[in-house]
Design a protein around this ligand. Structure first.
Ligand code: N7H
Length: 587
């Protein structure tokens, strides 16, 4: 295949593969996993599309703003409540519903921040700064199956709970915990019996999520909503706040988090280019521009995340079937997973330091540092720089350059994309194809949970598209600092992990138990995701191992019986539309 200047093989393979797929399937299950690098000879060109696909309008007044576009604020708080008196709780819910921040409201604010900070490397010096006058205080709400059951009981929609198709949601996080690989030993910290919230008998009916630019404002709203809830007969089971640890948004292990999100397809009236996810690649230079939001950010149809919209179809540019896996009023809603994940920061640091020390005596690993090992386990350097683009060193400016920091694949080389007028990415080395994980290990966290354009155990190169999640997490607890700490004995820091999706079973749960917690999937050989993967197999004593390659392309195995991320609470929830809150649940 001849390549056009400035067009990466990734683009050619993705686009040509789409049209070729049906024909290939007829001859053989050719999108098969495990066959090594893609073979371009098999590919044919799809007719390039010179106009945007016909994307649906999302209901900006109905969808809650943390689902899309996501709050992305510096401060966040969560509060878990139980309903003791359904009639009084409905009155409270009616008030709260009118205070809920919508997609439309959050979009306006996010667009202002984007305009203020830009998307390219110039952001490095603007991160943490806000557009003049910005002082948002936002609120969203979600209900568990137990909470819905209490509110629907005896009303016109009493039978509707059974219409939610997702078994994970129906049964709840505590009941599904062992399936995620959480410890089954009741004495273990990660067993639901010991969870701070969400364990047996401590399941929440309601989860509130608050976000604010200024911590004081967020805390004030939390106090107000809490007082109102208590006065309405609800009980506060748990509340906790989280905040960005620094301006770039590092989590406790020291890596920038929240970089790679699926681009949600769809339009909203009144925005510059009319799209929910900004488009940055120039379609007059690259017909496949319509596949991406930011460079490397594949666009996914909204039905993968929000009920009542088309899912991804056979061709990524054509909408698939409308996805409504619940009652009619669940349209514009989304499932929310909340996990309180404690991080054993001292344990993680000791593991990467000991691994680097052990490697230093091996040929092919000369000069590797703890930071190098950590970057292999995550797939990115602390700044967010992908190891696929800079294998040997970090670069703070690339880490925050949204026009470059997600522009890589694993199956094929990725060149710089032609950007629309006014946008300019920094100049960084291109990412080279890495089909067997010589640079970004198969077990690296980001590769386990998003195989990008690589065929995997589920099928062809787009098989990851309906496994994506919208992550909305922030860290809780103080940083450990440089001093030797006391994790895990009394460490109390970690991630308030939250994600939205249209299927808990097929998205969040699948990522945890299908890929991160499997030594062999999505591609073998790989080993476990050493950040979040758990080995819950009886008899394995939670042993996890993975393979990484040294700079000399020599393989080595890392192994541990420690979990660096420990579940300490959470729940599965449904985040309804504003009208469902007002007219069905509070009615
Ligand atoms: Fe992960 N970490 O700091 O090491 N995560 N994560 N995660 N995570 C990502 O792209 C981390 C967790 C995903 O598209 C980055 O945002 C930690 C759970 C997904 O390239 C970093 C914890 C799940 C992606 C971390 C944790 C996921 C992702 C890279 C727990 C659910 C996007 C920066 C304490 C399945 C992958 C970024 C892509 C990225 C970390 C939890 C999923 C640094 C510490 C439970 C889908």
């Amino acid at each position: 295949m001849t390549e056009r200047p400035g067009v990466s093989r990734r683009h050619l393979l993705i686009s040509s593969g789409l049209a070729a797929m049906a024909a290939l399937r007829r001859t053989k299950n050719t999108d098969d996993p495990g066959t090594g690098p893609d073979r371009p000879a098999r590919e044919r060109w799809r007719t390039p599309r010179s106009h945007a696909p016909d994307e649906p309008y999302l209901d900006g007044d109905e969808i809650q703003g943390n689902v899309v576009p996501g709050f992305q604020k510096r401060y966040m708080a969560v509060a878990a409540l139980t309903i003791d008196d359904s009639a009084r709780a409905k009155g409270w819910l009616a008030d709260v519903a009118s205070r809920v921040t919508t997609l439309g409201e959050a979009m306006k604010s996010c667009a202002k921040v984007r305009e203020h900070r830009g998307l390219g490397p110039e952001r490095l010096h603007l991160l943490g700064t806000l557009p003049p006058g910005m002082n948002d205080v936002w609120l969203n709400i979600a209900l568990s199956s137990g909470g819905l059951s209490k509110l629907l009981k005896g009303g016109d929609h009493a039978g509707d709970l059974g219409l939610f198709a997702d078994q994970g949601f129906q049964r709840g996080l505590a009941a599904r915990s062992s399936l995620l690989g959480d410890p089954t030993d009741r004495a273990a910290e990660g067993n639901p019996a010991n969870w701070i919230v969400g364990g047996p008998g401590r399941e929440a009916d309601v989860l509130l999520i608050l976000a604010a630019d200024r911590e004081g404002e967020g805390a004030r709203l939390l106090a107000e909503v809490r007082a109102h809830a208590v006065a309405s007969g609800l009980t506060v089971l748990y509340e906790e706040s989280g905040r960005k640890l620094d301006t770039i948004g590092k989590e406790h292990f020291g890596f920038q988090d929240g970089i790679s999100q699926p681009g949600v397809r769809g339009r909203l009236p009144g925005f510059p280019d009319g799209f929910i996810t900004p488009r940055t690649i120039d379609p007059s230079c690259l017909p496949d521009a319509w596949l991406y939001g930011l460079p490397g950010q594949y666009l996914v149809w909204p039905g993968e995340f929000v009920f009542g919209y088309p899912r991804s179809g056979a061709d990524p540019l054509t909408p698939g079937q409308v996805n409504l896996p619940g009652p009619a009023w669940s349209r514009n809603g989304s499932y929310l997973v909340f996990r309180r994940l404690r991080q054993d920061v001292a344990g993680f640091r000791a593991f990467v330091a000991a691994s680097a020390e052990g490697f230093s005596r091996r040929a092919g690993f000369e000069g590797v540092t703890p930071e190098w090992v950590g970057a292999r386990l995550v797939g990115r350097w602390p700044s967010g720089t992908p190891v696929s683009r800079l294998p040997y060193e970090d670069d703070a400016a690339l880490g925050v350059d949204r026009l470059a920091n997600n522009n890589f694949g694993f199956a094929t080389d990725a060149a710089e994309d032609p950007l629309v007028a006014g946008l300019k990415a920094g100049r960084w080395p291109d990412a080279e194809a890495d089909p067997v994980g010589l640079t970004c290990p198969m077990a690296a966290h980001i590769r386990k949970v998003n195989s990008r354009e690589t065929p995997n155990d589920l099928g062809g190169r787009r098989a990851s598209f309906n496994r994506r999640i919208l992550r909305r997490s922030l860290p809780f607890g103080p940083t450990l600092g440089e001093l030797p700490g006391h994790d895990p004995v009394d460490g109390n820091r970690g991630l308030l992990f939250a994600c939205y999706q249209a299927s808990i079973e097929d998205q969040f749960e699948f990522l945890c138990n299908g890929w991160a917690g499997s030594a062999k999937r999505p591609r073998s050989p790989s080993g476990f995701d050493m950040v979040i993967g758990q080995n819950g197999m009886p008899g394995d004593r939670r042993m996890r191992s993975c393979t990484i390659f040294g700079p000399g392309k020599v393989p080595a195995t890392l192994a541990t019986m420690s979990d660096f991320v420990v579940p300490t609470g959470g729940g599965y929830f449904f985040s309804p539309s504003i009208s469902a809150l007002k007219e069905v649940l509070a009615a």
